[in-house]
Design a protein around this ligand. Structure first.
Ligand SMILES: Nc1ncnc2c1ncn2[C@@H]1O[C@H](COP(=O)(O)OP(=O)(O)OP(=O)(O)O)[C@@H](O)[C@H]1O
Ligand SMILES: [Mg+2]
Length: 293
């Protein structure tokens, strides 16, 4: 049976609600208040660590306009999610192969156009997108920075959100501002995890986490989860220049080791059924609802 047939069959089964396989992927959104804090490098290397643990990972590059993931992988995808939205391609065709069996999807302008499509297009899109549940364990969404409508929608629709910050005061206050905005807009508060990147040492990382967590607990009534700290590492800078993921070209550098730890913590966190809420299908349905409101 060819791939297209395979996909069609799976989509039919998903549509009928027949659960052939474990259909719930873990959808993790990676975001930040301030830009340039290390989200894309974190997402990519986290994906590699998951894949080393035999997890099937798909990265969605949702940073519209800025093609982050593909630049770091040094691979140019042929199509983007916008092509699925327009009904020109199916989801298999927009999946690009990266290293270690990781696959990625370029968002293009796709997800922002969700609000302007017909019901038929929307169904095609949701059913195609849902196929990702069947072929992956974990979906990592690398968003742009800041409190834009689309970033807020991604956070609200996904089960888990990781906020990346650095110790810089502007990055810390912007991370807090992002949590505050989500809190004000949400009926049900999503679960937030914090990673402090570019630290001098663990002490500094803990201090920054405590600062954000104290403010969020005291003023917003939200407690955050500490996922760990990533040191400033010149090997990461080298890897970026070579367009190679640091986890592959420098598997023993400090950066890689700290991402490995974050990955292990994430693996040990029990994901509740509520967080999964029907995996990527649930995610894309919630997203579609938000964009159409
Ligand atoms: N731990 C680190 N050690 C050294 N340099 C780092 C580290 N993390 C990030 N950087 C530097 O910061 C740059 C920006 O990282 P990255 O592109 O991952 O940020 P981003 O948050 O995705 O940015 P944007 O908001 O523009 O999408 C990297 O190219 C690298 O030079
Ligand atoms: Mg980025």
């Amino acid at each position: 049976m060819d791939q297209a047939n395979n996909l069609r069959n799976l989509i039919n089964q998903v549509e009928k609600g027949e659960s052939v396989i474990d259909l719930s992927s873990r959808v993790i959104t990676v975001t930040s208040g301030k830009g340039g804090v290390g989200k894309t490098n974190f997402s990519l290397n986290l994906a590699i660590q998951f894949s080393k643990l035999n997890k099937k990972v798909i990265i969605i590059d949702a940073d519209f306009g800025l093609a982050n993931i593909e630049v770091l992988f040094g691979i140019i995808p042929r199509y983007s999610l916008a092509d699925v939205l327009k009904g020109k391609r199916d989801i298999e065709e927009v999946l690009t192969d990266g290293p270690m069996g990781i696959r990625f999807i370029s968002g293009g302008s796709g997800l922002r156009e969700l609000s302007n499509i017909t019901e038929r297009q929307m169904n095609y899109f949701i059913n195609n997108f849902s196929y990702l549940d069947a072929i992956s364990d974990i979906i990592i969404i690398d968003t742009g920075a800041g409190i834009s409508k689309s970033v807020i929608n991604f956070i609200k629709a996904s089960g888990e959100t990781i906020i990346v910050t650095t110790p810089e005061p502007t990055s810390v206050t912007d991370a807090y501002a992002l949590i505050k905005t989500i809190k004000e807009e949400s009926v049900k508060m999503p679960d937030f995890k914090i990673v402090v990147n570019r630290v001098d040492d663990d002490e500094e990382g803990l201090e920054i986490f405590n600062k954000i967590n104290r403010a969020a607990t005291r003023f917003l009534g939200v407690s955050l989860e500490n996922l760990g700290y990533i040191p400033y590492d010149k090997y990461l800078v080298k890897a970026v220049k070579n367009q190679q993921p640091a986890s592959l070209c420098f598997p023993n550098c400090e950066f890689t080791k700290s991402i490995e730890l974050v990955c292990k913590r994430l693996m040990n966190i029990k994901v509740s059924d509520k967080q999964r809420e029907s995996g990527v299908r649930g995610f894309v349905k919630r997203l579609a609802n938000m964009f159409s409101n």
